[in-house]
Design a binder for this molecule. Structure first.
Ligand code: URA
Length: 233
């Protein structure tokens, strides 16, 4: 009689759990809390982890000749991510992207459409300074691409702004020249991020060729229009 009573109690509890879906509580299966969709994962921790992985890269001439890893700057929660080429001398010293002459022009370009580093996020194709500011080789771009892809996945932007041919090659490919592709939007998915991508001239190029600034200004206006349309600031 006593046994029957206990069993009836157990059955009621099990019925209650199954009705309310609380059987999750008594499951031995771990709950996956890492989800890009509901942002349960910790962005700051993920970025720190990625920075550490890049800093521990093995057999890399770029790292061997650099002072610092140059990872990212700006607002990691931004929906607008800018990608440059690679650190220069100033960036190498400070460990922050776009702080030299090109960075100063980039800040002016952002300001022209009411943006600044508090509302965008900035990184580069390679995270260590190529010696004498040479362009990163195809091999170096390939080597750093998994880091860049992961970086984009963590930031999860809606808009990607590619600054110059190296960023264009790394993200879109080598088929299109920058002069043909700049000023138009490309849609592409990287990881879970569905991205609207625009390419414009690199600020260092604009310092050398100021007559090209009018084209960059057009691209910036397109960027501003898209930001307003998506309502992401
Ligand atoms: N040029 C780049 O492409 N990136 C920097 O961080 C600085 C200059």
């Amino acid at each position: 009689m006593m046994n029957k009573k206990i069993n009836q109690k157990k059955i009621s509890v099990i019925e209650y759990y199954s009705l309310t879906n609380l059987n999750l509580l008594i499951s031995n299966k771990p709950i996956n809390r890492y989800s890009n969709n509901n942002q349960i994962f910790n962005k700051t921790e993920e970025l720190e982890k990625l920075k550490k992985q890049i800093n521990e890269i093995k057999n890399c001439d770029l790292k061997a000749s650099s002072k610092n890893v140059v990872f990212g700057d700006g607002n990691p929660d931004s929906k607008i991510m800018l990608i440059g080429e690679g650190p220069g001398a100033q960036e190498d010293i400070k460990g922050v992207p776009f702080v030299g002459a090109a960075g100063q022009l980039l800040d002016k370009m952002l300001k022209a459409i009411n943006l600044d580093r508090s509302v965008v996020y900035i990184s580069n194709v390679v995270n260590f300074r190529p010696p004498n500011n040479r362009k990163p080789t195809d091999g170096e771009i390939k080597k750093y691409y998994p880091f860049l892809k992961k970086h984009i996945e963590i930031i999860n932007p809606k808009i990607l702004v590619l600054l110059g041919a190296t960023a264009l090659n790394a993200i879109i490919g080598k088929e299109n020249s920058i002069s043909k592709i700049r000023g138009s939007w490309i849609n592409k998915s990287i990881g879970n991020s569905n991205l609207d991508i625009i390419t414009t001239f690199h600020p260092a190029f604009l310092i050398r060729k100021p007559d090209q600034k009018k084209f960059a200004w057009n691209d910036l206006k397109l960027l501003k229009k898209k930001i307003d349309k998506l309502n992401i600031i």
